[in-house]
Write a new protein. Structure first.
Length: 433
């Protein structure tokens, strides 16, 4: 396929579909498998450790693969390599039935999965006309969402039909990833010219798409002075916008780590079957996909702070209500609040917060300090998510799942208080698409 063929050169985007099918159910599948191996108590602890390590590995992975992207300038090679390694790791899960092996492979998967995020987004801009970048990124996001939903549907149906064969899902997902590898090799063109990673930080569609894929994006390694410079702005109301925004981001990702890491073990404790667990996660992803389509059209003219607060409040109350439900409802009937509240928090609320907060982040990133801004942002996102995941399992086991869920909601309410203090008149102006 020629990169000059305007009708076919963007067809490579569909190579994302099988890999999204492969990655969509993985986090839930790993947690279910660890619980199957160790029981609910130890399984919750190991799920927490696995999620924390997964999030922690994402930080050096983003640095490593960002450097590789800069040095190699070979989009097809990096994307195909990432997909191929992901497929191999997924298949290898089937051949090691130990807890240590499962956690190690999940961590390795985290490392290799990051490799494709930046090259894919750069390739959109390198193979398409500038006037169509927004539409191209939207299509990439939609293809990825369809793949994720399809993977969760596959997992739900598989665990319904064959509830005892959970591990067979790993090689099935691995084969799907390898299909993406072949499609990438065949369909992805090496562009006639290449863009630097900094370009993504200057174009809103690429910026949003990149952070949605992996919310960690380093242009360079942040220094201690970068952190001091960012948070020193708290001393004055005139310069408090950026540090307050970053602190609210810490709250959001810490809360997400707390809640999401314990959701699957909580449902298992109340005897929800594997297919019911997947069905709840599937409902959340479907609602999230639809919410993004609606929210992108409806909130573009609304104040970012107000939209962000609405998303945080809805997510926080969803978490608190889940904690209350855990106390009031026992047994498999817990699926009722789970399948209502989880889509509200992970779908509607997340879409509102994601669009508004990443627009705010995009406005913060200026050409003169893009590396420092993104470096600090990515570091605090990774560390906050890792800390939340690590704390989640221990709080749930030693105090209770309901405490974990309510605590996650309270942290979001704290974020609301912080975001509400953002000096709207001092916020960076909204940049055009």
């Amino acid at each position: 396929m020629s990169a000059r063929d305007g009708t076919t050169k963007s067809g490579w985007v569909y190579s994302v579909l099988p890999i999204a099918i492969a990655t969509g159910p993985l986090g839930t599948l790993v947690q279910l498998y660890l619980i199957q191996l160790n029981g609910i108590t130890l399984g919750t602890i190991y799920s927490s450790l696995a999620a924390a390590i997964y999030n922690g590995v994402g930080i050096p992975a983003a640095l490593f693969w960002g450097l590789a992207t800069d040095r190699l300038h070979r989009r097809r090679i990096l994307i195909a390599l990432s997909y191929g390694l992901m497929g191999v790791v997924l298949v290898s899960f089937y051949f090691d039935t130990t807890t240590v092996g499962t956690v190690a492979r999940y961590s390795l998967f985290s490392f290799v999965s990051v490799a494709s995020a930046t090259p894919i987004n750069l390739l959109i801009m390198e193979t398409g006309e500038k006037s169509r970048w927004g539409a191209a990124f939207a299509r990439l996001s939609m293809v990825s969402s369809i793949g994720t939903v399809s993977g969760l549907v596959l997992s739900t149906l598989w665990t319904t039909a064959l509830p005892q064969d959970l591990t067979i899902l790993f090689p099935l997902l691995g084969i799907s990833a390898l299909v993406s590898t072949g499609m990438a090799i065949v369909t992805i063109p090496e562009p006639a010219f290449v863009l630097e990673r900094e370009t993504l930080a200057r174009r809103r569609p690429g910026f949003f798409s990149r952070l949605l894929a992996v919310p960690i994006f380093f242009l360079n390694l942040p220094r201690a002075s970068d952190f001091r410079r960012v948070f020193r702005g708290l001393r004055s109301s005139l310069t408090s916008y950026v540090p307050l925004f970053y602190i609210s981001t810490i709250c959001f990702y810490f809360s997400s780590g707390l809640f999401n890491t314990s959701l699957v073990p909580a449902m298992q404790k109340y005897l929800l079957s594997d297919d019911e667990v997947f069905a709840v996660i599937l409902a959340g992803m479907v609602v999230q996909t639809l919410s993004f389509q609606v929210a992108q059209r409806s909130i573009s003219q609304r104040p970012l702070v107000i939209t962000s607060v609405q998303g945080l409040l809805l997510r926080g109350w969803s978490y608190v209500a889940m904690g209350a439900s855990f106390l009031l409802i026992t047994g498999p009937s817990f699926i009722t609040p789970a399948i209502i509240l989880y889509p509200l928090g992970a779908g509607v609320a997340y879409a509102l917060y994601y669009i508004s907060s990443n627009t705010m982040m995009f406005n913060i990133v200026k050409p003169r300090n893009a590396g420092a801004s993104l470096g600090v942002y990515s570091a605090i996102v990774g560390i906050a998510a890792m800390a939340g995941s690590l704390a989640s399992g221990f709080i749930s086991v030693y105090i209770g799942f309901e405490v974990t869920f309510v605590a996650a909601g309270i942290v979001l309410f704290a974020a609301v208080g912080i975001v509400a203090q953002l000096p709207r008149s001092k916020s960076p102006e909204q940049s055009p698409h």
